[in-house]
Design a protein around this ligand. Structure first.
Ligand SMILES: O=C(O)Cc1cc(O)ccc1O
Ligand SMILES: [Fe+2]
Length: 478
């Protein structure tokens, strides 16, 4: 493609989409190609003796070389200098001590079945200035990046663009959910603008830099070790619905050529940070082709399916992306959303049901009010309900819902102005000590359910001398 340059007046070819500033390639799992300079992509082979324009060829592998073809991911990058041209790696000074890549470590993490909730963290507008890398902190996770099995949940709060440095995560893929403040992400494949309401996936190994064109930003990150995200199967839903492959957008080639002495690559490796300096920008890829690419997705494009007569569907019906384990139907990590939608179920308790789940559920709120929590769960806040930990609607939500009985409870109602999400995993996360001890932790979270009272009424069902008058006392209300 020769017109990936935003100043090019020609209309984009069919596969390209345009936002305010950038052009994107549409599709998920496609084999793409993109050229910032016409003729820079080698024709007919990946590694010619001499690449066009004197570029170096470099392959970035996202799966083992021998992964079956339908899951094999790799991209060929044609760059001004290869990535290897740098000084040796050293442990980063200062380190970021709030990042974890191995969750067996009991000095930093704790196992707890307690329901956990956090208030949103304020993003400082004044100094100290913190960029995306220093603003990242792990909340919980399971497994190990070294063993290529596990996940981590991080949050970030940053008030400064990355300057003269790029981040590279050797541990896993990042799925970033900005909640406040747009992200401008420069990657080796090109640039992407990601406002709150969109998500972005940066696969393992890509170098990227995060700028904050709107000022301070905060949000959530899930990281997966040893797997990649894919669209969920649709089963009986059919061939269409939920997230559509064509709404996923990947960047088009963009490069910078200038001499950049002292440019720093920050590499996350086993949860620890290392740095290496080089004298050029890592965003020196003039052309690329392949199927291992960063991508973004606008959550408002999601096409929700739901019950249309009675009962509450399981949240899996709202899965945007899933990272599978080897067990069919069991996710290392599902990314699920609770978007605006119509609720039409009759004779049904419409908010989420009370439940205990063998999977663990981390939730965040992008905007609005979550349907299960009348208060206390705020945009930018978070909650964690680990494996088999009971949870569900708070007292206010329960009472407000049943008080509509006999009123308009059966009328269609539209959930508006809300967007919550869940990272759900089959693995049981351990929680970082700093998250448990954080001043943002809501230590009274359990109180939101303590007021749930018994509505049990013995007489209503069986009458005074009914057959089931065994056990229990009709006056026993607590
Ligand atoms: O716990 C939660 O709020 C998430 C959730 C939502 C829902 O509609 C059903 C089950 C579930 O875990
Ligand atoms: Fe839940």
């Amino acid at each position: 493609m020769s017109n990936s340059n935003p100043n090019d007046p020609r209309p984009p070819p069919p596969q390209l989409e345009v936002d305010d500033t950038y052009r994107y390639l549409s599709g998920l799992g496609n084999s793409f190609s993109s050229e910032a300079v016409p003729g820079s992509l080698p024709a007919g082979q990946n590694s010619p003796l001499l690449c066009p324009l004197g570029l170096y060829a470099e392959q970035l592998s996202g799966t083992s070389f021998t992964t079956p073809r339908h899951r094999n991911l790799r991209t060929w990058l044609y760059r001004i200098k290869p990535s290897v041209t740098h000084e040796p790696f050293h442990p980063r000074d200062p380190p970021n001590r709030r990042l974890v890549g191995d969750f067996d470590d009991r000095t930093t993490t704790v196992a707890t079945p307690t329901q956990l909730r956090w208030r949103p963290q304020e993003v400082p507008r004044a100094p100290p200035h913190v960029d995306f890398v220093d603003g990242l902190y792990t909340i919980c996770g399971a497994g190990s990046s070294f063993l290529r099995h596990g996940f981590a949940v991080h949050m970030y709060a940053a008030n400064k663009s990355m300057d003269g440095s790029a981040f590279c995560n050797a541990d896993g893929d990042f799925l970033i959910v900005p909640q406040q403040g747009k992200l401008l992400i420069t990657t080796e494949c090109g640039k992407m603008l990601v406002p709150p309401g969109e998500i972005v996936v940066i696969p393992q190994g890509f170098r990227f830099a995060v700028d904050l064109p709107d000022g301070p930003s905060r949000g959530y990150v899930s990281e997966i070790f040893g797997a990649h995200f894919q669209l969920p199967d649709l089963g009986p839903i059919g061939a269409n619905g939920l997230a559509s492959a064509r709404d996923f957008l990947s960047p088009t080639a963009w490069f910078e050529q200038a001499h950049r002495p002292g440019y720093v690559i920050v590499q996350k490796y086993g949860g620890e940070l290392f740095t290496a300096t080089q004298d050029f920008s890592p965003f020196n890829v003039v052309a690329w082709h392949g199927n291992y690419v960063p991508y973004k997705y606008d959550l408002s494009k999601f096409c929700p399916f739901n019950t249309v007569l009675f009962d509450h569907a399981d949240p899996s019906v709202n899965t945007v992306l899933t990272a599978p384990t080897d067990k069919p139907g069991v996710a290392l990590l599902d990314f699920v959303i609770f978007p605006p939608r119509w609720l039409v179920a009759e004779n049904t308790f419409r908010p989420p049901y009370y439940h205990r789940n063998c999977m663990s559920e981390f939730m965040g709120l992008i905007y609005g009010i979550y349907e299960a929590k009348a208060d206390g769960f705020l945009p930018g806040g978070a909650s964690l309900h680990n494996c088999m930990t009971p949870h569900g609607p708070d007292t206010k939500t329960y009472e407000a819902t049943i008080s509509r009985l006999g009123g308009d409870a059966n009328e269609p109602s539209r959930l508006r102005g809300t967007l919550a999400f869940m990272f759900e995993s089959a693995l049981i996360p351990r929680v970082c000590r700093w998250a448990l001890e954080s001043p943002s932790r809501d230590l009274d979270y359990y109180q939101c359910w303590i007021g749930l009272k018994s509505h049990f009424s013995h007489e209503e069902v069986h009458g005074d001398d009914g057959p089931a008058a065994t056990g229990g006392n009709k006056d026993d209300k607590n």
